[in-house]
Ligand binder design. Sequence first.
Ligand SMILES: [Mg+2]
Length: 266
Amino acid sequence: MTKYNIKNKKFFLLDMDGTIYLDGELFEYSLDFLNYVKSIGGKYVFLTNNSSKSINDYIEKLKKLSIEVDSSNFMTSSQATSLHLRQHSKYNKIYVLGTESFKQELIEDGLNIVDEYTNDIDCLLVGFDTELKYSKLDDACRILTRDVEYLATNPDLLCPTSFGFIPDCGSICNMIETATAKKPVYIGKPNPKMVELAMEANGFSKEETIVIGDRLYTDIACGINAGVSTGVVLTGETKIEHLVSTEFKPDYVFENIGQLYKMLID
Ligand SMILES: [Mg+2]
């Protein structure tokens, strides 16, 4: 269902890996597309479920690829989780199973974060922890023997690498679920929270907004859940045959970001 003409879009919520680059290498036309968005007075915001990196890590990464960005060009699952926690300030002590940079971001936002077990922890938060140690899993399972709030940044099972895949936050949560039979509430895509927060922060309407990404069950589902237009690019995880069976049908299908760019300037 095409709700609105794509040429009226001004607010582009973009996935990064598999959408504008792969393995740190930009796709052809990614820069042209981003420059076009700026030239029409629009804005691009990168939505990422990856909670192992901070906004500053991403700014540095994209600047190296010649993409003009500041912190307003990002909405990460870490930011959305932090906002969610601050809106629900009833938690006194939040145990974070995550990277040092993730914990630092939450501390800077004024949240009471701990990484050692105590029996008064009232919230467990799991991120994509690329610094995972067994003792953290032990702590998490112990915390879940009590009735606490259980949140996680993102449901992704796998994170792509140059050699294949590594386990992501969803896989860590699956290990914990096997041991405790408890599942977290996931804040990242496909939860519409990141899209809603990004529209609110930048003052764009649903009609002006489109989510572009390479994964149907996270990127496209997130846009659908938020009630905005969606476009899939076939340069990442989704292959054309997946579009037939999926319950998450995008409004647009692009072979690559270049095809979207050409459609916009045509
Ligand atoms: Mg992707």
